[in-house]
Design a protein around this ligand. Structure first.
Ligand code: FAD
Length: 513
């Protein structure tokens, strides 16, 4: 079965993925007058990493759960237009328990206010200065150390975890100091609020609502269960092939699957993506995060919104959220796990995970007997080949130039997703903003070929090899590329081209008396 979708009106655009980015891009193109697009989605639903799960009759969020930075955030405005229910998250409403079940909130607050907070403020100030002075990147850990924060106890660890790992799903050693934005989204959208979604229709209600504004139910331009395996550029055309062995031809392709999927090479690009693009993809990060939900017959825990566990082992079931507070009567607890711990847990069986959780809850509650949960939900994003993790993150040393390469199209293949906005990466609204930009770029390009995004060329190539640079060069065909050029040379020279001159000079010198 080959290419059953015929070109009807305007250039053919294939959008891969029906999460926030894919649906937003399709809607933006529709709003600009394009109808000849299709959306290929590998799973059986619209929504991507916004996915509700039902536990004991209550709807909770297995993926994205918050609108980070409400205010004038366009996502917040969209949520309101579709009457999404949410409450403002209260990060000040917490209790801290240690491994003897003692309430150590006072110690937590003291260490936080006297030592962590001043160091964190130093970090933020230092970042602004470092950006202004074009200093090189550093890790959050190094800035905290410079600010005088030296964690030495389990309480210190949980202070750090709640404030940093909990936002970025990475340890402070593995997050870019220059580009980890703590304040910027809130300044941009004039707010201090994060909004916790509590809608029985799920957070993904807003994607389905956006979709229904331009794609009626049953519209053949949205195809579910179509896992793309290949994207091939052939004779000026792009062929998108799926696991079902169907080929879709396209003039433009918008890739919206996660940076994790791109990194795992689940989709083969022919010819392979250029080296600068592969660098940009593989050097970025896909953070790992797991929200595990457990429902009990009786509520035995504290009423605070967050219950923090000052565990002797860092990143071991440290952050518990009291869902009973936001969904009264649900008797549900949620625990967040990040990073390598997610890799370990996703390999365990549900029973093993629940066993570990119960042991921790028992310790936190002073050895109390805790009965088995009546229901649970354990979403596994990392091991799902359609996601390969939770959200994108900026690693230390990753430059703005490389980030620009991450956004750049490769010929007529465009990339949109939560890695697509400098100040809002990793968020649902990052995907939204990125998709709007890509739709605009494609529209401009279609209307006037001179307005297409200029081919990306990394700075390191531009500085080393200007005259003889060949953008079509392949990595291994011996063509004149940056790798063959002295990066810091004031006069760019590519060795291959000048090999014969060098050889001639050597022969001449060797035969000189
Ligand atoms: C546990 C967790 C918690 C999070 N918490 C928050 C939060 O509170 N707030 C927030 O703003 N963000 C949060 N995020 C991040 C947020 O969910 C994502 O940034 C956002 O949903 C990404 O949308 P997207 O459309 O770019 O990508 P996706 O939602 O991943 O959509 C891409 C789509 O592509 C499909 N796909 C993948 N591979 C293929 C293929 N080969 N062929 C066809 N289709 C394919 C996928 O099935 C998917 O539907 C969280 C994520 C997770 C997992």
């Amino acid at each position: 079965q080959k290419d059953t979708v015929k070109q009807t009106q305007g250039p053919k655009i294939v959008i891969i993925g029906a999460g926030m980015a894919g649906i937003t891009a399709a809607k933006a193109l529709h709003d600009k007058g394009y109808s000849n697009f299709i959306i290929l989605e590998g799973s059986d639903r619209v929504g991507g990493r916004m996915k509700e799960v039902t536990i004991g009759g209550f709807t909770v969020e297995g993926g994205a759960a918050w609108i980070h930075a409400g205010g004038t955030n366009p996502l917040h405005l969209i949520a309101d237009s579709f009457n999404l229910s949410y409450v403002t998250a209260d990060y000040e409403d917490y209790i801290v328990l240690d491994s003897k079940g003692q309430d150590v909130t006072v110690d937590f607050d003291k260490r936080h206010d006297q030592s962590f907070d001043p160091a964190f403020k130093f970090y933020k100030k230092y970042t602004k200065e470092a950006l202004n002075k074009h200093k090189s990147d550093f890790t959050i850990r190094s800035a905290l150390l410079m600010g005088g924060w030296h964690p030495t106890s389990a309480v210190d660890d949980v202070i750090e975890f709640f404030n940093i790992d909990n936002s970025y799903s990475y340890v402070p050693e593995a997050i870019s100091g220059l580009h980890a934005y703590f304040d910027e989204p809130y300044e941009e959208f004039n707010t201090t609020d994060d909004l916790t979604v509590i809608d029985t229709r799920g957070y993904s209600h807003i994607i389905r609502s956006l979709r229904s504004e331009f794609l009626p139910d049953g519209d053949k331009r949205l195809l579910l269960n179509e896992v793309v395996t290949d994207i091939e550029q052939k004779d000026g055309n792009i062929v998108v092939r799926t696991k079902n062995n169907i080929e879709y031809s396209a003039d433009y392709v918008i890739v919206t699957f996660s940076i994790g999927v791109l990194q795992h090479d689940d989709v083969r690009f022919t010819p392979p993506l250029p080296f600068w693009k592969r660098e940009a993809i593989h050097q970025f990060q896909q953070a790992l995060l797991m929200h595990i939900y457990v429902q009990f017959a009786e509520k035995f825990w504290d009423d605070h919104e967050f219950i923090l566990y000052a565990s002797e082992r860092r990143n071991y079931f440290n952050i518990w959220q009291n869902i009973d507070k936001t969904l009264p009567g649900s008797k549900i607890l949620q625990v967040s796990v990040v990073g390598n711990e997610v890799r370990r847990l996703e390999r365990l069986s549900d029973a093993e995970i629940i066993g570990e959780l119960l042991s921790v809850l028992k310790v936190m509650h002073g050895g109390a007997m805790i009965s088995m949960p009546v229901a649970y939900a354990i979403p596994r994003w990392y091991s799902d080949p359609l996601f390969r993790g939770a959200f994108s993150n900026w690693p230390p040393g990753y430059t703005l130039d490389t980030f620009n390469g991450l956004q750049a199209p490769v010929d007529k293949i465009y990339f949109a997703g939560d890695y697509g906005d400098r100040f809002n990466y990793g968020y649902v609204h990052g995907s939204y903003l990125s998709a709007l930009k890509v739709a605009k770029d494609i529209d401009k390009c279609i209307r006037n070929s001179k307005s297409c995004v200029a081919p990306f060329r990394p700075i390191y190539e531009a500085s080393g090899c200007t005259k003889n640079y060949n953008s079509k060069a392949k990595d291994d065909d011996g063509s004149c590329m940056s790798a063959n050029c002295p990066i810091s040379a004031s006069v760019p020279i590519c060795y291959e081209k000048y090999n014969f001159i060098i050889a001639t000079v050597i022969i001449f010198l060797s035969i000189m008396p």
